[in-house]
Write a protein that binds this ligand. Structure first.
Ligand SMILES: NC(=O)c1ccc[n+]([C@@H]2O[C@H](COP(=O)([O-])OP(=O)(O)OC[C@H]3O[C@@H](n4cnc5c(N)ncnc54)[C@H](OP(=O)(O)O)[C@@H]3O)[C@@H](O)[C@H]2O)c1
Length: 337
């Protein structure tokens, strides 16, 4: 049973919204049916909303249509299938794909329509895009979405920014997507994505700390008697660091304690970089986030050029011994340049 809890947005004022509708079951367009958008659309349909779905690759649209969505095979078709004032949610990789879609949407949406960007967009992009939409009478709502692939079942934590009255009017959608208490209106344009950016910066630090802690255990004299899944399990029962991340760690260590099937090559989707940039811009010392980010960059290059520079310099000034390179290590590593 999805939450029926009411969230209080009352009294919030700010940038205006031209919408004049507030039903509890809404009609919404979903653009981008990837890992997030597909499940979010499903959760919305389970919650009683009518979803018109579009995805670049039509096969995913077909899959969702079989579960009750209205299929759209172009943005124009999506817009035609929604009554004004429309709510269109985009769930795309941040950056150019969002710009490309907004360029098209601003030509085919109508004044009073709302675009919700639920991807991990940089808040400064929201600020840049808002006037491009508002000159056509279209409102932009930015929503930081957290919950990953488990969100369909558990709900998504949402932090919303943009016109307060828009957010209030599309609150039924937020309430369906979020678990009880899992939704917050954060302020004007960019605020929702800003809070999500900081969330992800924290996430970087938490995951790095867990990684380091388990590595210290694994390298310890007690490694032979320690079952990492059991350590995670016991920490999850009453300890200060109990958490969902630790529950995930418990589960994956119980499947493969050595994590032998993956390389430690850590991607980043930009949020950690922006969080660190923000810290620098505002003079906030954020060493944990910064180092977690740097560690991710380093994970992609196990034999960086900098290590060879340092090793060679030590040999030059101090005559320190060096290990001869294997032929593989002589290859320039593009990831490190
Ligand atoms: N995964 C997570 O845990 C998570 C959590 C919170 C927020 N987010 C954010 O949510 C957004 C979506 O993430 P996701 O995990 O759902 O991504 P995903 O699984 O990679 O799906 C991306 C979706 O965007 C479409 N797409 C990608 N590039 C496109 C382009 N140039 N033009 C048109 N469509 C394009 C893809 O269409 P095709 O099917 O045609 O490839 C697909 O539907 C991202 O901003 C991500 O950072 C992700």
């Amino acid at each position: 049973m999805l939450s029926q809890r009411l969230y209080n947005l009352g009294g919030m004022r700010g940038e205006g919204c031209d919408r004049e509708r507030g039903e509890s079951d809404m009609e919404i367009g979903m653009i981008g049916l990837g890992r997030m958008g597909m499940n979010m659309a499903k959760r919305l349909m389970i919650g009683g909303h009518r979803v018109v779905a579009y995805n670049r690759t039509p096969r995913k649209t077909d899959i969702l249509a079989r579960e009750g969505a209205v299929a759209a095979y172009s943005l124009a078709e999506l817009v035609e299938n929604l009554p004004p004032a429309r709510v269109v949610w985009i769930m795309l990789p941040a950056g150019q794909p969002v710009d490309d879609h907004l360029d098209q949407l601003r030509e085919i949406l109508s004044p009073g329509d709302v675009v919700v960007d639920g991807g991990n967009t940089y808040y400064k992009d929201d600020l840049r895009r808002r006037p491009l939409l508002s000159e056509k009478g279209i409102s932009l709502v930015d929503v930081g979405v957290s919950g990953g692939i488990w969100g369909l079942e558990n709900g998504y934590c949402l932090t919303a920014g943009g016109p307060a009255d828009c957010c209030r009017e599309i609150e039924p959608v937020f309430k369906t997507l979020a678990p009880p208490g899992g939704y917050l209106y954060c302020g004007g344009t960019g605020a929702g994505h800003f809070v999500k950016m900081v969330h992800n910066g924290i996430e970087y630090g938490m995951m790095q700390a867990f990684g380091e802690g388990f590595e210290i255990l694994e390298a310890s004299p007690y490694a032979g008697s320690l079952d990492l899944a059991e350590v995670a399990r016991v920490w999850n029962n009453g300890s200060v660091i109990r958490s969902w991340l630790l529950e995930l760690a418990q589960d994956l260590f119980s499947r493969d304690g050595g994590l032998t099937d993956i390389e430690g090559y850590i991607e980043d989707s930009g949020e950690g970089r922006w969080a660190v940039q923000q810290a620098i811009e505002t003079g906030v010392a954020a060493p944990v986030m910064a180092l977690s980010l740097i560690r991710r960059l380093r994970s992609r290059n196990q034999a960086p050029f900098s290590d060879r520079v340092v090793t060679a310099l030590r040999r030059e000034f101090g005559g320190h011994s060096v290990q001869p390179a294997s032929s593989d290590e002589r290859e320039p590593n593009e990831a490190g340049r």
